[in-house]
Design a protein around this ligand. Structure first.
Ligand SMILES: C[S@@+](CC[C@H](N)C(=O)[O-])C[C@H]1O[C@@H](n2cnc3c(N)ncnc32)[C@H](O)[C@@H]1O
Length: 209
């Protein structure tokens, strides 16, 4: 991370503005919407201007996002892995984290051991009352329609893992938030029977934001 970005980050962590982080922001179109509205990830606008941190590993996607967002003072964009960036935050310093359609290695069953410890770190970096919003999907290997039973079993399993980390499930909806538009959501939502989505609002502790 460049020294000016590090400086910006540490200033925002020591200041009074909210800190909002997006993992795997892709081309940054959703982050751009928050920045333009000055909103949080729930599109709530009556807050002091937050500091937004967008993280994306893929160089090409990152450059597109940078093109959309670079002139904004309160935005820090990092072409890096969130696994490397997250430990740089002191514990209890992030207000909200958004994770829209993480890659399977960060959410699917076979990789649980790996990603569970990553989300334990996420938990420690959030402020008490802080929100992790996870939008993720289930498909099956044969790309058949996902029946309700399989869908709800999966949601229960996923919710249980996050509860075991310490999160409270504040909200669970069986789709992506209506106000969200991303490159991958547009693709995935074209096949709602085979790709079923859940949005989990996971809060650290028991407090409302
Ligand atoms: C399925 S895409 C979703 C992108 C975007 N959120 C969307 O909805 O269009 C997953 C994204 O996560 C990024 N990614 C995967 N591993 C990452 C990591 N360790 N750190 C940062 N970004 C990562 C990928 O490059 C990709 O852009």
């Amino acid at each position: 991370m460049s020294s000016d970005k590090l400086m910006k980050l540490s200033l925002s962590l020591n200041g009074s503005s909210k800190v909002i982080v997006e993992f795997g922001m892709g081309d940054g179109r959703l982050l751009k919407k928050f920045v333009e509205k000055g909103s949080d990830i729930k599109l709530k606008t009556n807050i002091t201007t937050p500091t937004y941190v967008g993280i994306e590993l893929d160089r090409k996607q990152f450059e597109v996002a940078e093109g959309h967002l670079k002139i904004n003072e309160n935005v820090i964009l990092l072409n890096a892995s969130f696994e490397e960036v997250l430990p740089m935050f002191p514990d209890g310093t992030i207000d909200q984290i958004l994770d829209v359609l993480p890659d399977p290695e960060f959410i699917d069953k076979p990789n649980q051991k790996r990603w569970q410890s990553f989300y334990e770190t996420v938990y420690s970096k959030l402020k008490t009352g802080g929100l992790l919003r996870l939008v993720t999907e289930i498909t099956n290997d044969l790309l058949e329609p996902i029946e309700d039973e399989a869908y709800y079993n999966w949601v229960n399993w996923l919710s249980g893992v996050f509860r075991s980390i310490g999160f409270t499930i504040r909200d669970c909806i069986d789709r992506a938030p209506h106000e969200y538009s991303t490159r991958c959501l547009t693709q995935f939502m074209g096949d709602p029977e085979r790709i079923r989505i859940v949005t989990l609002d996971l809060v650290k502790g028991h407090h409302e934001l």
